[in-house]
Design a protein around this ligand. Sequence first.
Ligand SMILES: Cc1cc2nc3c(=O)[nH]c(=O)nc-3n(C[C@H](O)[C@H](O)[C@H](O)COP(=O)(O)OP(=O)(O)OC[C@H]3O[C@@H](n4cnc5c(N)ncnc54)[C@H](O)[C@@H]3O)c2cc1C
Length: 488
Amino acid sequence: MPKAIVIGSGIAGIATALRLRKKGYEVQVFESNSYPGGKLHAFTKDDFRFDVGPSLFTMPHFVDELFELYNLDPREYFNYKSKQTICNYFWEDGTRFSVKKDTKKFIEDAVDTFDTHTEELEDYIANAREKYELTSGIFLEKSLHKASTYFSLETLRALSQMQKLHINQNLNQLNESSFKDARLVQLFNRYATYNGSSPYQTPGIMSMIPHLEMHYGTFFPEGGMHSITQSLFNLAQDQGIDFHFEETVNKINHTGKKATGITTSKSSYEADIVVSNMDIFPTYHKLIKDLKKPEKTLKQERSSSALIFYWGINTNFPQLDLHNILFSSDYREEFRMIFQEKSLSKDPTVYINITSKENPDDAPKAAENWFVMINAPGNYEQDWEALVAKAREHIIQKINRVLGVELEDLIVSESIMDPVKIENDTSSYRGALYGAASNSKFAAFLRHPNFSSQLKNLYFCGGSVHPGGGIPLCLMSAKIVSELIPAP
Ligand SMILES: Cc1cc2nc3c(=O)[nH]c(=O)nc-3n(C[C@H](O)[C@H](O)[C@H](O)COP(=O)(O)OP(=O)(O)OC[C@H]3O[C@@H](n4cnc5c(N)ncnc54)[C@H](O)[C@@H]3O)c2cc1C
């Protein structure tokens, strides 16, 4: 049987392994860590369970698809429920707003809360949908680097309606021209952070992101986010995929213009196909050092990173749900600090994710597991100890002001994740959450293709290559890679 090797067991790596196994390859996955999942991992401390990275689960059908590929019922491995409340928002002026899954209800509530009216919201949401429908088939589901993508009716249709895509203005400009209420502008600006970008730089086309949440909904996986990768790992093992943990790949071997295998910390392995799920930057700098580097792509600005406090809180907060956002009073300054100053603002937007709201076993009785995250710059060798200490103070002060509590007295357990640790744990260059930022209208085209133009048989999947970061896009990258690789 022809052999395929996958470097890294992030969600895209596992998904690629599954797709290649189905195609008829014997698949081996090599992983530096002692566990699968990469950024999608979990830990328990002091009886509190925490998901390490992602907390928002959208488009679960992309996960189900992998079980269906093997004619299996996904529910036998993995289950999830649809959330009726998408997110609770809090502003310092006392505004509270809960976004409901039902779009009609969302619009009614928004009209009651903000200075807006039904048509304004309906128009915005309809345009978001149109953007997605016009572009997803071209920008997300196919390789952007094959001529066939451009010579299609679908592409011509999107090109003929370019003005609807708002590529020549940034997301904030589009939102300011759509809404007069600054709180609504901020709410819709936040979607730029779903791919680690700034709303003041990312193009208006990103206003399609709320459509994904509103149309497809948001979900909570039984057992937490970690069960996404854990269940795919179980499926992969059942299908005979071979995992090598704590075995770092140091080199992709090649003869002439053809990848022939890998050399790891323990041995060398031959293969007919090699797929790297490692971030594209270190892939070039460490595994294929001798190849010509695609400088423009590798120099692209990286997406934001994150600073996370995993706190055990010894009380219950009925005003909070699974996803909660405490907005900064100066959003523009927050993003200026992150992307221009590579630092943190004094008044960050604080995201509180509490899985014990859905999964009570994640915390002891009458307690909650708080995953408290702020957007952060990448690791540019700043003084992280000082930045983390200051941020901790600012976050606690903000939560105290907005929720009217003395949070420090309620914290009974603490762990911290910063950009340096994200980089060390996953090899993600600068600790970026989503590979390159989408802070320019050319970003989609500069993302690395899913194949190597220098080495035959070498492919790339995961958040740092086309079509981008986030769980659904990583799963799409695996699908694109498997479509590019011929059946043996
Ligand atoms: C804090 C945080 C919050 C996030 N929030 C969300 C969210 O809410 N929703 C969402 O959809 N997405 C979110 N994301 C993004 C999402 O986690 C990623 O896009 C996705 O998990 C990346 O998967 P990946 O397949 O690219 O690989 P990764 O998860 O980056 O894994 C790569 C794997 O490769 C291994 N590896 C690297 N180099 C080597 C080597 N040389 N040899 C062997 N193994 C190697 C690494 O150890 C790692 O296990 C978040 C990310 C973070 C960090």
